[in-house]
Design a binder for this molecule. Structure first.
Ligand code: HEM
Ligand SMILES: [Cu+2]
Length: 660
């Protein structure tokens, strides 16, 4: 007998009898990428026409020969058409018509093969892989813009781009990275692994999860479309009044950024619901893998911070289109309000980028060190502490742009306080590494690099939290070097670690180890050699977002540019490794290559469609390595009746469990 909490697959009223083939539809009635593209194109033209019709009588549109309303409505209907074409609204319409909607499992059975990966599907594993491929594409595109920036900066005087094209490229690079890389870990790894790691067959809101993903391609393309309309000249921060006054390309900035806000809110709700409600019996808070803690706190920050971004972008759009004046000082609005709204999202945003990274490296370290995670609770508390404090520091971005000077010490204090919970996470790492027999695998190398880079980024951050120092370095390449150390050196290195560590699980393949090591060393060396000189050029006074600089800084800039091309090359090595190992020479990986205790590795690779045959019962924590006597396995995947009661027994009694 086993505890079977599986949902009965009974026929639901109105549905076809099981097993009976559904009658096929003509292609344009079947949702797919093709119908989505048709919907998006039609939607754009409809919205554009509607905007022109609505705006035609107004003076603003008649005098300035642009109509932002038509462009924004074009984007609105483009997005709706794209989603409708993908079939996102079908289930809602079915429900409204009183018909039944398919279960997750039914849906998975109905679609098979490669086509699933190009459609709106409810399987969290498919969505995770869609995110993975999407994120790699977005990252590489934004990376190409970075290469263009560094090419221009090879010379202080000879120009490849005009000054306006340069700032457009900087804006596209920065905005695309900040918008889309927010999901670089929670998207692929959060969606794919959370149910597996907590012992669940599915996520809480599969439709919302899939919707969150399918918004990202729309946001990406809309942001790129800005280049066709003259781009936007204000970087990723979009400060008013410039963002209100500038021409048509700026609509894409506000619309795409807001859209991405919606995507992360949706994705956050789904992950929160899943982690709180779908944990297997015995998966107490204290047994949850630390990666799950990272995803949970990040998700809370998604749903708390992104609505403010959404509000700000919405107000910016109405300021640009229907002449509201939220951010226009001489009409009673306030540009300072925009700065506050933006950074109330923008600062937590940087921790949205950091925390999942911490989750990944803390998850990988115990496995590679064969030791329990040192001070698990301190690590979880550090994650929570960073998340909470990050909502109280946003005004440090305004130290020199509008803050009441009396408020400066307060925000200097809160900012410096953040280094305490961050320090916890570092201590946990040191404690775990202490006297460990470390396996220097590729994921582990990336973890080391993560800490190295994050430390340099963190130390330079302390300088900037200090008002007198910030007044000096504000708006210079010093700040730029600092946050690239945090984001590129932290988040993207953690993303790489996660790829090398979990791709065997997710795709049943193993990335080439030698190529992986070569990639690691090139990426690590050239990352540092790109950004370390930028601290110096910043301290020597080179401003951000300007394409000309003092002659004496050319050597350092050239050094950085050449290194950045090699850094770009190391990313190509990763893509090559990924494509080679998945498509050309597939080295199969079916087992548990890292001998991890964690639940996801107890399943075959890739996991079966339903994840677990029965809901498992969790018996011990994920990090009990090297214990004598040996710890019981983390979970019973085929639990006998009665074990539920023992799983909930107090902590002291748990060693007796699992010896059966
Ligand atoms: C291949 C690695 C990268 C290189 C070589 C690179 C290079 C640069 C450079 C040179 C600038 C400054 C342009 C200027 O102010 O004149 C810049 C700006 C920026 N980068 Fe990157 N970057 C890289 C990766 C990333 C990543 C991974 C992120 C974030 C996820 C990111 C986010 C930003 C942001 C937010 C800006 C500021 C844009 C603005 O001023 O509005 N970059 N990058
Ligand atoms: Cu900040």
């Amino acid at each position: 007998m086993s505890v079977d909490i599986e949902r009965a697959r009974a026929q639901r009223p109105g549905g076809p009898p099981p097993g009976e083939p559904k009658h096929a539809r003509v292609w344009w009635q079947r949702p797919s990428i093709v119908t989505a593209v048709i919907g998006a194109t039609g939607g754009y033209f409809f919205g554009h026409w509607l905007g022109n019709a609505l705006g035609s009588g107004y003076q603003q549109t008649a005098t300035a020969d642009q109509n932002n309303l038509s462009i924004v409505l074009g984007y609105v209907f483009l997005t709706l058409g794209w989603l409708a074409g993908l079939g996102v609204f079908n289930d809602i319409l079915r429900l409204m018509a009183g018909r039944s909607i398919p279960h997750v499992e039914e849906e998975a059975e109905a679609r098979s093969g490669l086509a699933r990966y190009f459609s709106y599907t409810l399987d969290h594993k498919v969505v995770g892989l869609q995110y993975l491929v999407g994120m790699i594409i977005y990252f590489c595109t934004a990376g190409l813009f970075a290469m263009a920036i560094r090419t221009e900066l090879l010379s202080p005087t000879y120009h490849i781009f005009s000054s306006s094209t340069y700032i457009e490229i900087v804006g596209e690079h920065g905005t695309m990275m900040m918008m889309l890389m927010t999901s670089v870990i929670t998207g692929p790894f959060g969606n794919y692994l959370v149910p597996l790691m907590i012992g669940s067959k599915q996520v809480a809101f599969p439709r919302i999860e899939a919707l969150a993903f399918w918004i990202t391609p729309a946001a990406f393309l809309i942001l790129l479309s800005s280049l066709l309309m003259g781009g936007f000249p204000f970087g990723w921060t979009g400060y008013a009044p410039l963002s209100i006054q500038s021409t048509e390309g700026a609509n894409a900035y506000a619309f795409a950024f807001g859209l991405m806000g919606i995507s992360i809110i949706l994705s956050g709700f789904n992950l929160i619901g899943t982690i709180i409600c779908y944990r297997a019996p015995g998966m107490r808070w204290g047994r949850m893998p630390i990666f799950i803690w990272g995803v949970l706190t990040t998700s809370f920050m998604f749903v708390l911070a992104a609505p403010v971004l959404l509000g700000g972008m919405y107000m910016l759009i109405t300021d640009r289109t229907v002449q509201t004046a939220f951010f226009t000082d001489n009409l009673g609005g306030s540009a300072y309000l925009y700065e506050n709204l933006f950074w109330f999202f923008g600062h937590p945003e940087v921790y949205l980028l950091a925390l999942p990274g911490f989750g990944v490296v803390s998850e990988i370290m115990p496995v590679m060190c064969r030791k329990p995670l040192f001070a698990y609770r301190v690590s979880a508390a550090g994650t929570l502490g960073v998340a909470i404090l990050s909502f109280f520091v946003w005004q440090h971005h305004l130290f020199v742009s509008g803050i009441n000077p009396d408020m400066r010490p307060l925000f200097m204090l809160t900012t410096e306080l953040i280094s305490i919970p961050t320090g916890f996470i570092f201590l946990v790492a040191l404690g775990t590494l202490w006297k460990a027999k470390i396996r220097f695998t590729v994921p582990m190398l990336f973890c080391f690099a993560f800490f190295f880079n994050f430390l340099l980024g963190g130390v330079s951050g302390v300088f900037q939290s200090d008002v007198p120092a910030d007044v000096l370095v504000h708006g210079s390449f010093f700040v730029l070097a600092h946050f690239h150390y945090m984001i590129m050196g932290g988040l993207i290195f953690a993303f790489m670690a996660a790829c090398y560590y979990w791709l065997p699980k997710m795709m049943g393949i193993r990335l080439n180890e030698t190529l992986g090591k070569i990639q690691f060393w090139t990426m690590f060396i050239f990352f540092n050699s790109t950004f370390l000189p930028l601290f110096a050029v910043g301290a020597l006074g080179q401003p951000r977002r300007v394409f000309e600089y003092a002659q004496n800084l050319q050597t350092l800039n050239d050094w950085s540019s050449i290194s950045s091309f090699l850094l770009g090359g190391s990313i190509l090595l990763f893509v090559a490794n990924f494509v080679m190992s998945t498509v050309i020479v597939r080295t199969r990986e079916t087992g548990n290559p890292w001998q991890s205790r964690s639940l996801e590795w107890q399943l075959s690779s890739p996991p079966p469609p339903e994840n677990f045959r029965h809901i498992p019962v969790v018996l011990s924590g994920p990090y009990e390595y090297g214990r004598k006597p040996e710890a019981p396995p983390m979970a019973d995947l085929d639990p006998p009746l009665g074990v539920l009661a023992r799983a909930y027994a107090p902590a002291g009694a748990r060693t007796e469990v699992g010896d059966g």
